[in-house]
Design a protein around this ligand. Structure first.
Ligand SMILES: C[S@@+](CC[C@H](N)C(=O)[O-])C[C@H]1O[C@@H](n2cnc3c(N)ncnc32)[C@H](O)[C@@H]1O
Length: 328
């Protein structure tokens, strides 16, 4: 199977999957096309989409190792008469029927998105995590986040008196994630319309795989899963049907300028300049805002807690602000 590893394959996943050996993959992480009429998909009737999903997930089940995990990130399907169906609810029974074991339903909240006029605006998507057996990997120490009150000590008399009341190594990040979505002014943004943020994928990879493990993304788009795998010394396999996205993914992985000194995104450009010390103003990146890319030290990358605080502040603002209150 060596010939398929550490490559982005320009192909339909279901046509390619026979190349992947049974029980050879440690982690599958993906965001499938979710039948909402994006430029890379043709809308199909709900039943047909669910049937297709079942075929995809049956293949995923075959190729996943006994110790493996699958993370499936989905949003909402809009049907007739403005009906909104959360994909995770529709797909959940398919996973369970195939024998997958549910572990978490992670809610990924974000601040931005289209503003609805006749319902509450969608501000979350979900990531379903299933394992194949109960003998799966979960490396909590790799993904701990800071405690809320790291310096607090036990004050009650007893054997733990005076010791830190919480684990000084940090806490479990929980199942509500606030990574910023990759939209305008996000330094990872390429020409792809719906990318994963690299830090979201990295958390999953570090938690559920070990170095050199194989990570598969059957619908890899701009290559985020492969970039995060490569950065963390894991091997990867990606499939993508649109050649433009395959090129973007390969360019991100290579991390070097093209013949016009362009990069697929600002992050790849910054990483390159950091490594080589070359003059940043020589280069451009796709989706460029302005002529001179911002230097690395001004990168707009914030910790997850920053996005969470901003989201909470926005919700508080809406609750407190007079214009949102019921008129007397
Ligand atoms: C939601 S996007 C994934 C984006 C990705 N997570 C990223 O970070 O860029 C889904 C991708 O699946 C691709 N795709 C759609 N049908 C496919 C198929 N049958 N086989 C492989 N790729 C497919 C689409 O072109 C699209 O780029």
């Amino acid at each position: 199977m060596k010939h398929v590893i550490n490559k982005i394959h320009h192909t339909d996943f279901l046509k390619f999957s026979q190349e992947i050996h049974t029980e050879s993959i440690d982690l599958i992480i993906t965001s499938p096309p979710y039948n909402i009429g994006k430029e890379y998909e043709q809308r199909q009737p709900l039943d047909a989409y669910l049937e297709w999903s079942k075929t995809v997930l049956t293949e995923c089940n075959r190729i996943l190792k006994e110790t493996g995990s699958i993370f499936y990130q989905v949003g909402t399907y809009v049907g007739k008469k403005g009906a909104h169906f959360p994909w995770d609810i529709l797909l959940f029974p398919i996973f369970v029927d195939l024998g997958f074991i549910p572990k978490n339903r992670i809610v990924w909240i974000r601040q931005h998105g289209t503003h609805a006029k006749h319902k509450f605006s969608n501000r979350h998507e979900t990531i379903l995590w299933f394992t194949k057996t109960d003998n799966y990997k979960f490396n909590l120490d790799e993904i701990r986040v800071p405690q809320k009150f790291p310096n607090k000590k036990n004050y009650r008399k007893g054997k733990d008196y005076g010791r830190f009341s919480s684990d000084p190594r940090g806490k479990n990040p929980g199942d509500v994630w606030a990574f910023r979505n990759v939209k305008h002014n996000h330094e990872e943004q390429t020409e792809h319309p719906c990318q994963f943020p690299e830090d979201l994928v990295t958390r999953i990879i570090l938690a559920t795989t070990d170095p050199n493990d194989i990570v598969l993304d059957p619908f890899i788009g701009s290559g985020t899963t492969a970039v995060a795998a490569q950065d963390n010394n894991r091997r990867f396999i990606g499939c993508e049907i649109v050649s433009q996205y395959v090129n973007i993914a390969n360019h991100r992985l290579k991390g070097k300028p093209d013949e016009k000194n362009n990069f697929p995104n600002l992050k790849t450009l910054r990483d390159y300049v950091d490594k080589t010390g070359e003059d940043i103003t020589k280069f451009t990146f796709s989706r460029q805002v302005g002529n001179n890319p911002t230097p690395s030290k001004h990168a707009k990358i914030f910790p997850e807690s920053y996005h969470l605080d901003k989201t909470i502040n926005r919700i508080k603002y809406e609750a407190d602000h007079p214009q949102y209150k019921k008129k007397q």
